[in-house]
Design a protein around this ligand. Structure first.
Ligand code: ZN
Length: 92
């Protein structure tokens, strides 16, 4: 096993070219709901950001371009595991 990497984002995505996840730019879309009124409309602020596997991604670190499905995906949730591991040393 290699040492745990700092992924750089909470989704566990890594650039397949430079192996970093700190400067990934996903072309996501924001769904906006309009509330129609007599004198126009209001924008519902509970809008959701969403992207799909085919959404375009730029890596600002190395210039790689691709889709979300091309990103490396790191299994998330090892934070607790690594904390335990750093406190405990096993005598081989
Ligand atoms: Zn990159």
């Amino acid at each position: 096993m290699s040492t745990p990497k700092t992924v750089g984002n909470e989704h566990g995505y890594l650039c397949p070219n430079c192996d970093k996840g700190t400067e990934l730019l996903i072309a996501a879309s924001k769904r906006i709901s309009l509330i129609l009124k007599q004198d126009g409309f209001a924008i519902d602020d509970e809008s959701e950001v969403e992207w799909a596997n085919y959404s375009h991604v730029d890596c600002l670190l190395c210039g790689w371009e691709g889709a979300v499905r091309d990103l490396l995906k790191v299994k998330m949730g090892p934070r607790a595991e690594s904390q335990i591991g750093s406190n405990k040393r096993e005598a081989s």
